[in-house]
Design a protein around this ligand. Sequence first.
Ligand code: NAD
Length: 344
Amino acid sequence: MKPFVHTALPTRVLFGRGALARARDEASRLGMKRPLVLATPHQSASGARLTEEVGGVLFDGAAMHTPVAVTELALARLREEACDGTIALGGGSSTGLGKAIAFRTDLPQLAIPTSYAGSEMTNILGETADGAKTTRRDPRIQPESVIYDPDLLATLPPAFAATSGLNAIAHAVEGLYAVDGDPLVSLMAEEGLRALARALPRGPSGVDEALYGAWLCGATLGSVSMALHHKLCHVLGGAFELPHAQTHAVILPYATAYNARGAAEAMRRIERALGAPSAAGGLYDLARSLRAPASLRELGMPPDGLDRAADLAAANPYPNPVPIERDALRNLLADAFEGRRPTN
Ligand code: NAD
């Protein structure tokens, strides 16, 4: 057996239907008397109901990719209202804002995710300012508590449930071949992938199992380093403003195919979790069965951007089971642009 180092995640997790009702007690347990509740404009009404229940203050301006300008507005509100912690209700955008505030103030955070993105289980914060994205890891960024309530996912539009679920599966796939992976992370990743692959096609009746899977995939992301797939998605999101979850959904089968020859054990586990003869093909078929977008073209990627994307993805590469070669990446991107079935 390979030697390994495993650090357990410090986040406390409350899971179950109706668990949202425990938000007030959980916030008090973290020492919050007057939390700032964070939501996107789209989820403002749910944010307002939660704010009422917890006796807090609402900030409903959270936005994708955590713009620093939005964080500054939220911090001003937090100080004006003398809030003593945050409750982020929503997907990765709301969670990201809570993390950005905690990074600057070290105030406690309760995260209540309503998508499968998994950010609530990590100490990673990606922020944008002046068109550039900075990513950092810091213990202050890790939420102290997370409430997973499957009832909150009932309002998730089916198309977003599919791509958000595939975003979570991408954390599991890369966790299985991570340079700093370990046996416990592999167990979480394979089980999370299996749960999501089984639950997502079932739609609303599979939400409990899908959210359970998303928790395990988020915990995987929070435990190890990511590789080529996440690098490609960061490049495409950062330089071409492609949408987060949809980009993960398109790229995953191609990144998996690229890595297949350097990660035999991970591929075996992915195939077992999917019940498919090929990891990349199985992920491609799962995405098609969920009617997720198939190609970068559909996401609005400009065809003349593929060379630049390949250059950016080949620069400062993350550790990866197969060496990063610029021309091979360019071919990968060409296949993803057209949505061609991966060959591995
Ligand atoms: P999102 O949070 O931007 O949500 C997309 C839209 O769906 C928003 O308008 C949101 O309000 C809405 N929505 C979310 N849940 C809903 C629900 N249950 N019902 C109705 N509407 C709902 O998207 P996301 O994919 O969850 O998160 C993406 C962001 O998270 C990106 O900025 C990404 O970089 C970040 N992220 C960070 C990490 C990390 O570890 N740092 C991990 C994953 C994602």
